[in-house]
Each structure stands twice: as structure tokens, then as C-alpha cells.
Design a protein around this ligand. Sequence first.
Ligand code: CMP
Length: 141
Amino acid sequence: ATERTLSIIKPDAVAKNVIGEIYSRFEKAGLSIVAAKMMHLTQEQAEGFYAEHKERPFFNDLVAFMTSGPVVVQALEGEGAVLKNRDLMGATNPKEAEAGTIRADFASSIDANAVHGSDSAASAEREIAYFFNDNEICPRG
Ligand code: CMP
């Protein structure tokens, strides 16, 4: 079914100037960008977005990294968008990511891992609503 997922191009990938290359991968895989914005997350925004990881040992490093520079946030729409985006991204740890995936090609560590993608349809709904109002989403139909 057609669904949506939330994607973030993280500060490391923005700094590497590969926003366009990553967008190309989404589009070539049949995903459409239906909402997008560039922003420099505040501490509060990053903590809120990653609230489910609050008790994890990597939480503070994660928030520090995600607020270290601008990110690009987008909603992707397409057939099986959540899984398709996860396949394009590859494993969370770039050392374990399959060749040809975004993380294998652009990421350098588990923190600086180039992209975030929703892990389920339920997370996608929450994460898209976290960054976009309904009137900022432009469905392609
Ligand atoms: P992301 O998909 O943005 O969701 C949480 C992030 O925490 C993850 O990508 C990684 O960049 C980061 N992270 C750091 N250490 C770990 C870990 N041990 N397990 C999972 N995520 C981690």
C-alpha cells in the first residue's frame, strides 16, 4: 500500500554536500518527497524527537550530534515507503550496512550515520506529525 515515512538527512551528510545524491536515491527507488525543510534542531527538538531513546547510554551523544549542524527533514511517500527507505539506508551501524546503501556510501560511524528513517508505520505517523503540519504535506496522489 502507499504509505509515508519520515526521513532526516543528518548533519554529517549535509556537511558532506550529498543532500542531492540522497534525494536521488529516494526518487530512483520510487519514493516521492511530499514535504521537506532544512533546519538546525534545538536541543529541545532533538530530545523530543528521540524521546524513546531517553534512557539509552547513547542519548546525550545522539542529541549533541543531531544539534551540531543543519539537517534536512522530509516525508517520503510511496509503495511500502517505510521498508523501502530502510532498505535504501542500510544498517544503523555503517560498518554493517550492505554495499550500495546510503549508510555504506556516506556514513562514518553509528552516530554520524547520514540518515534517519522511521522504523514502522506507527513511528512514521508520529515522526511526520512532529515536524510537519498537515498543510505542509503535498501528496502526489
Ligand atoms: P537513528 O535511526 O537516527 O535513531 C537513533 C540513533 O541513535 C541511530 O540512528 C544512531 O545514529 C544512534 N545510535 C548511537 N548508538 C546507537 C546504538 N548502540 N544503537 C542504536 N542507535 C544508536
